[in-house]
Ligand binder design. Structure first.
Ligand code: 9MG
Length: 293
């Protein structure tokens, strides 16, 4: 292989077409900005209790280089209680409505509930980010197929309430890969188009520190599934454990994990700190993709 060629054909994946524009992932990494509108998310919980503040933050993330804004109305931190559909909708819909008017970038809705996802799509969201990988709500896959929108299939062992109690795997990389392969087949069987499926190992979701590191090290094994690969490590506990730092001190660790993920095959990074992540990822992209002129 010449030095000027991409590492593999998987480095030039198709772009992601959404109702509000195309997310380019061919030879560059997309950034999904995290916009939680919850009182209790582990890092940004309680920061956006007013929709106006959330909308302003979303606009700022797009200006800083986010390709997608991911809106969540239920905390998925370990041990978090679930919230009712009404509560979740009350948090997210005003933000989606306002942000849709203010930005052109695609919006993803972070939910595992098909009714919530459907209402969000009705207000202008474009992508469903399902942390259960279509496991929790049997109506989710058919709804997504019917709407014809992209979906993120994430791996999680257990549920947010139980996942960090005692995560166990024989071979974490193989089990996560097998799960994702099986959920891709399930999605296809329900009529979701192959070019609309993004996969995600679910860093921190039912994983120990070593499970997370093993997955980050072995992303190429997940990339061989042939779908765009999303990685979200931003400010998560495993970074705090390694560096012995609280969530608000984990920026550098998050950037290091993002760069490592890009160099190992990630096509999209989910991040709280969009400006800094955009810069770090642009450097990683240059190392990964740029050819000599
Ligand atoms: C909602 N959420 C929190 N962490 C996440 C991650 O790593 N991936 C995805 N897809 N969603 C996440």
């Amino acid at each position: 292989m010449s030095e000027q060629e991409p590492q593999s054909s998987l480095d030039s994946l198709r772009d992601l077409v959404t109702r509000h524009g195309t997310v380019v992932m061919e030879r560059c990494t997309a950034i999904m900005g995290v916009l939680n509108v919850t009182p209790d998310s582990f890092y940004d919980g309680g920061r956006r209790l007013e929709p106006e503040k959330a909308i302003a933050d979303g606009v700022e993330m797009v200006a800083a280089g986010a390709d997608i804004i991911d809106i969540g109305g239920e905390s998925t931190r370990p041990g978090a209680p679930s919230v009712s559909e009404e509560e979740e909708l009350g948090r997210i819909l005003p933000v989606i409505r306002g942000l849709r008017r203010a930005i052109r970038a695609p919006i993803s809705i972070d939910t595992y509930k098909s009714n919530v996802a459907c209402a969000a799509l009705g207000e202008g969201a474009d992508i469903v980010n399902d942390i259960s990988g279509l496991r929790f709500d049997p109506a989710m896959a058919a709804m997504i197929a019917e709407e014809g929108v992209p979906v993120v299939l994430m791996h999680m062992q257990g549920t947010p309430r139980t996942m960090q109690v005692e995560p166990r795997y024989g071979d974490v990389v193989r089990e996560v890969r097998d799960f994702l392969a099986s959920q891709i087949s399930h999605a296809l069987g329900k009529g979701i188009e192959p070019e609309k499926i993004i996969i995600d190992p679910g860093i921190g979701f039912g994983k120990t520190l070593d499970h997370n590191l093993s997955l980050l090290r072995n992303l190429p094994a997940l990339a061989t599934l042939g779908q765009p690969l999303l990685v979200g490590a931003s400010r998560k506990t495993f970074i705090g454990k390694i560096l012995n730092l609280a969530p608000d001190e984990r920026l550098e660790g998050s950037l290091a994990a993002a760069v490592a993920a890009v160099l190992a095959g990630a096509n999209m990074i989910r991040a709280h700190d969009v400006k800094e992540t955009r810069r770090a990822v642009n450097m990683a992209d240059a190392i990964r993709y740029r050819v000599e002129e």
